[in-house]
Design a protein. Structure first.
Length: 88
């Protein structure tokens, strides 16, 4: 079995300093979110795909920033949209 390697995940810097405890776009529109994700390119925090607006995915589609990490307490995983790979 060949293991797929993602250069985006390997290159992504950690941005714990910029993670927020709210979705920046949901706050603007008054929408509720389920879980939070932080972009490892620009540090913006958005809601997950279980949330009504799916702002993290929309941010990737608009910006091309490929890697997010969970902004939930105790979670350390990362996700690359481009390669559809997770790093735990």
């Amino acid at each position: 079995m060949k293991v797929k390697i993602c250069q985006h995940l390997q290159a992504a810097a950690d941005t714990d300093k910029t993670a927020k405890d709210y979705c920046e776009e949901c706050v603007k529109t008054g929408t509720e979110w389920v879980h939070l994700r932080t972009c490892l390119t620009c540090g913006k925090t958005h809601c997950c795909d279980s949330s009504p607006e799916q702002h993290a995915t929309k941010h990737f589609q608009a910006s091309g920033h490929p890697v997010i990490k969970s902004a939930e307490p105790g979670e350390t995983w990362r996700w690359c949209y481009e390669d559809e790979l997770m790093q735990k």
